[in-house]
Design a protein around this ligand. Structure first.
Ligand code: GRF
Length: 184
């Protein structure tokens, strides 16, 4: 049974997919911590609903990234976290977390990497006009969306409605995250 921490900055639909997977038994694990760098983000509500402890912080109240990452890594240590799942955490992971949790941090990206890295993977692929979209889960290293790929799924779409496309990609993300956590 893996002890999971999920990091998120926004809505947290992937957080919920993972937490629900753990609750239902689809994931062989338990979410022991939600880490959120945006006080007020909806993921905090979702975490409450699942009874998951939340570490919410404002990065501006720290002197440096190393300082807030030290606080996070100390918390991960104290909860004996096995795997960190980034799910819409809109920050580059820095040296402190990589030194202490490297190889145990994974990220989900809403495009078929190495195509369309960065913060707007879906929009960039849509504007490019691809016909096959997708989702990637990869290990996190010091590069932007460049760590070793663990799993991918393709999402074919030839329509012109980006909202419909986003919904399809999010559904694919939720399924792939659950499957991938089990696979690791
Ligand atoms: C997802 O599309 C994820 O791939 C990206 O950010 C989004 C987060 O969505 N990194 P949510 O907060 O899990 O709903």
């Amino acid at each position: 049974m893996k002890r999971l921490a999920v990091f998120a900055s926004g809505s947290g639909s992937n957080f919920e997919a993972i937490a629900e997977g753990c609750r239902s038994g689809a994931v062989d694990g338990s979410v022991v911590l939600c880490v959120c760098d945006k006080p007020g983000a909806y993921v905090v509500e979702r975490a409450k609903r699942y009874g998951v402890e939340c570490l919410v912080f404002n990065p501006k109240e720290f002197g440096s990234k190393r300082e807030f990452e030290r606080m996070i890594a100390d918390k991960l240590d104290s909860l004996e976290v096995d795997l960190v799942c980034l799910a819409g955490y809109m920050r580059i992971i820095g040296d402190e977390l990589l030194e202490r949790y490297g190889g145990r941090i994974i990220n989900i990206h809403p495009a078929l990497l190495p195509a369309f890295p960065g913060a707007h993977g879906i929009r960039d692929a849509f504007e490019y006009g691809v016909k096959v979209y997708g989702v990637t889960i990869h290990y996190v290293d010091a590069t932007l969306d460049g760590g070793k790929i663990i799993s991918q799924v393709a999402v074919p779409y030839e329509g012109s409605d980006i909202e419909e496309l986003e919904a399809m990609i999010h559904r694919a993300e939720h399924k792939l995250y659950v499957e991938t956590i089990n696979k690791i």
